[in-house]
Design a protein around this ligand. Structure first.
Ligand code: NAD
Length: 264
């Protein structure tokens, strides 16, 4: 441990199980001395989240559905009563109807479009409002995004639009909160096998494609996203805000990969 996060307290939202990107981030932060609280969605996830949180010495768990303003207010009020202030927040939350994460984007329904935007985009703004009010000495806010915001990826569909809006919101919120010493960034992670990812059509193929075509010729791990989060959430990232940091084995820079075999 470097002690980089020593004395820092924050909230991790979006822990579902030990495959969650939120867990990769939490482990990295714990290794460097952070104290964390966790939120999870719905009672069903509690039995998975409880032992994970306990393993890094955190008894602070909140049930919070981001579509429910009252449940968010209650969580932040409880955190405020207990800690007074926080130094960082991780938003690792996204959702869309599985039935629309395959086939054509153009067939998206109004109902699922609005729900996807609410859970995957507005929720970050909603938590930033509440977290910023608990950051009198500045802080760092982080969300997770994907390359499907920038370019068309198969099956990502309405999530691609949501991530584009999320990335744009990171820039606007960075400007709004910058004068209060609060930094706002995103990590654009390469494909990682998680619960949310399993809802995306042909996800195994997407992972294989990334492995074969990224500059590093492999996929990234939950731990690598954790290390990048450590940079953005600690003092190492003190000069960085409004950024979208790609942790994707370099996939986003490739227009067309050269053929590895020299004689083709
Ligand atoms: P995950 O399934 O482990 O996490 C998604 C979380 O969102 C879950 O904990 C779920 O409970 C939560 N959630 C969904 N709806 C919610 C609601 N209404 N209220 C509160 N919580 C809600 O999957 P993950 O892959 O770790 O996803 C975390 C983030 O990373 C998401 O924003 C996802 O889009 C993003 N991301 C994932 C990948 C990938 O390949 N796995 C790549 C880039 C970005």
């Amino acid at each position: 441990s470097t002690g980089l996060m020593a004395g820092k307290r924050g909230l991790i939202m979006g822990l579902a199980n030990d495959k969650s990107i939120a867990w990769g981030i939490a482990k990295a932060l714990a290794d460097h001395g952070a104290e964390m609280a966790f939120s999870y969605q719905g009672e069903a996830l509690k039995k998975r989240v409880e032992p994970l949180a306990a393993s890094i010495g955190t008894p602070k768990l909140f049930e919070c559905d981001v579509t429910d303003e009252a449940s968010m207010d209650a969580m932040f009020a409880a955190l405020k009563a207990d800690w007074g202030k926080i130094d960082f927040l991780v938003h690792a939350i996204g959702f869309s109807d599985k039935a629309e994460l395959r086939g054509r984007y153009v067939d998206t329904t109004r109902q699922n479009f609005l729900m996807t935007m609410d859970i995957s985009v507005y929720s970050f703004t909603a938590v930033c409002q509440r977290a910023a009010a608990m950051m009198p000495d500045g802080g760092s806010l982080l969300t997770l995004t994907y390359y499907g915001a920038e370019k068309v990826m198969p099956h990502y569909n309405v999530m691609g639009l949501a991530k584009a809006a999320l990335e744009s919101s990171v820039k606007y919120i960075a400007e709004d909160l910058g004068k209060d010493g609060i930094r706002v960034n995103a990590i654009s992670a390469g494909p990682i096998k998680t619960l949310a990812a399993s809802g995306i059509g042909d996800f195994r193929y997407i992972m294989k494609w990334n492995e074969l075509n990224s500059p590093l010729r492999r996929n990234v791990t939950q731990e690598e996203v954790g290390k990048a989060a450590l940079y953005l959430l600690s003092d190492l990232g003190s000069g960085t805000t409004g950024e979208n940091l790609h942790v994707d084995a370099g996939y986003h820079v490739v227009g067309m990969k050269a053929v590895d075999a020299p004689d083709i």
